[in-house]
Design a protein around this ligand. Structure first.
Ligand SMILES: Cc1cc2nc3c(=O)[nH]c(=O)nc-3n(C[C@H](O)[C@H](O)[C@H](O)COP(=O)(O)OP(=O)(O)OC[C@H]3O[C@@H](n4cnc5c(N)ncnc54)[C@H](O)[C@@H]3O)c2cc1C
Length: 460
């Protein structure tokens, strides 16, 4: 970045909030991916108006801006590009308007996700999207990636809870999208366009979110299966009965070993090859009926053991272990390549058989777990980047996996997004017509391509 740009940013925000010292820059040089790239500066706006001033200034100086929530993304979305400035939303975390009677809340985009839910909980309301990172990730990052979580099978994902947004486009204009009501159909749905746009169309500063009543009660079933495919056949049986569970989580035998090391899921049959966690929620009085329907669906080929979590403590331990799986698998190898593919639920057994085959044929360690109720699997390749031949095998295996997923009617990313690390695979899923149209839309929002360049789209 040229000296005049940093001088102008310091003059606009103050030197404390336009930082170019080494310590700050290195703190913001990475997200949850193993890559890092030193930004030229890190900016900490406190308001929509300051974000607008930054974008206008950046445009004038040809400066790339990389928006950042908590930096918990798994695909390099918040990773700086050379010469860029990171714009961190951490100082914009106010709750602007809370209306329990309308079941809405308007927040700044730097709000921590779990804090939004905690804020509305005393009124018996709930903000359902709950990525595993919710104790620290931020609403802006969730919106940009359209984050999901274990409860998506019943409650949907971030996009299903966004009524309207306030944002700054790449030209520095204020864009207000959507409505603050539960219905509204005027014009194109720009809210949905911004959700999942990975910071490439506009910088989101505020969001009005929809709330729902908090379920009164929850219960959890733990079902041990002989292997992955039989566990996933049970998921298909769940889908063909009437009760919608609030979560259906899958773990293969390797994920299970990690969970057991954390002290959860002990005393399973020794030949357990896969585990399902099936949660239900709702009115207390209705839980036994849900329990009967879901345990009935779980019974079938390959079921070795089924148990209800006896108390909230046991259920919490299992959930804690499930949520810790992502960092736990990271510790299992020098490098974890984390895919988050989705297939139609009925094709999960095919996908798992293919992953087994892939691991055997390519001689790679693969750990799989995830939101089976949505057909969304986290397929983790555990590798050593110090071995070039192993990396070559993984690159080949990755492409084979993604092609298989698409042939099963799936998608290459269910929640983590594309960022910088998956860009090269986008043309496997999107055809030229779609890609060109999307790039044209981007040019309308950000003619100079200053918002998060090098993300989402493959190099031309
Ligand atoms: C342990 C762990 C568990 C996880 N579990 C899940 C899960 O269950 N489900 C799931 O979906 N993801 C999960 N993730 C991934 C990650 O937490 C999500 O993608 C989350 O939405 C990122 O939020 P963040 O605030 O950290 O955003 P960041 O990582 O900082 O940024 C993510 C993207 O959003 C853009 N962005 C950030 N703020 C804005 C803004 N205000 N305006 C425009 N663009 C912006 C960034 O440029 C980047 O492209 C997990 C990650 C970890 C480490």
């Amino acid at each position: 970045m040229n000296g005049s740009a940093i001088a102008a940013l310091k003059a606009s925000l103050g030197a404390e909030r336009a930082r170019d010292d080494m310590a700050t820059r290195s703190l913001y040089a990475h997200d949850d991916t193993p890559q890092n790239c030193m930004p030229a500066a890190v900016l900490f706006p406190h308001s929509h108006t300051e974000v607008q001033a930054i974008v206008r200034l950046a445009r004038r100086h040809g400066l790339a801006l990389v928006p950042r929530g908590a930096g918990s993304g798994n695909v390099g979305g918040a990773l700086p590009v050379p010469g860029s400035a990171v714009i961190s939303f951490e100082c914009m975390s106010r709750i602007l308007d809370y209306r329990p009677e309308d079941r809405t809340i308007t927040v700044e985009s730097g709000c921590i996700t779990a804090q939004v839910d905690a804020h509305v909980s005393p009124d018996g309301l709930c903000y359902p999207p709950d990525p595993g990172s919710s104790p620290y990730c931020r609403i802006g990052g969730n919106l940009a990636m359209n984050a999901g979580g274990p409860h998506a099978i019943k409650y949907g994902v971030t996009r299903d809870y966004v009524l309207g947004l306030r944002a700054v486009t790449g030209t520095g204009e204020t864009l207000v999208t959507g409505v603050r009501t539960s219905k509204g159909v005027v014009g194109y749905d720009l809210t949905r366009l911004l959700v999942g746009s990975e910071g490439t169309l506009a910088l989101i500063t505020e969001a009005t979110l929809r709330l729902v009543p908090r379920p009164e009660s929850r219960a959890l079933l733990r079902a041990a299966f002989r292997d992955g495919p039989t566990a996933c056949q049970a998921v298909s049986r769940i889908m063909t009965q009437r009760v919608i569970p609030s979560a259906v989580e899958f773990m293969d035998s390797h994920a299970l070993a990690a969970v057991r090391q954390m002290g959860a899921a002990q005393e399973l049959p020794p030949d357990t090859g896969a585990l399902l966690m099936v949660e239900m929620d709702g009115d207390r009085a209705g839980i036994p009926e849900q329990m009967a329907a879901l345990s009935g669906a779980l019974r079938g080929e390959g079921l070795l053991q089924m148990e209800e979590a006896q108390d909230t403590e046991q259920a919490a331990l299992l959930w804690m272990a499930r949520k810790a799986l992502s960092p736990a698998t990271k510790a299992m190898a020098p490098l974890k390549i984390n895919e988050d593919v989705v297939v139609p639920v009925s094709r999960l057994p095919d996908l798992l058989s293919f992953i087994d085959l892939l691991a055997r044929e390519e001689k790679i360690r693969i750990v799989s777990f995830g939101h089976a109720g949505n057909g969304n699997l986290h397929v983790n390749f555990l590798v050593n980047p110090g071995h070039p031949e192993e990396m070559e095998k993984v690159r080949r295996a990755l492409e084979r996996l993604l092609r298989k997923v698409l042939s099963l009617g799936g998608t290459i990313s269910g929640e983590h997004g594309i960022g910088s690390v998956k860009r090269e695979f986008v043309p496997l899923e999107l055809d030229t017509v779609s890609l060109n149209l999307q790039k044209s839309i981007r040019k309308l929002f950000d003619p100079d391509w200053i918002l998060n360049p090098g993300k989402l789209f493959p190099d031309s």
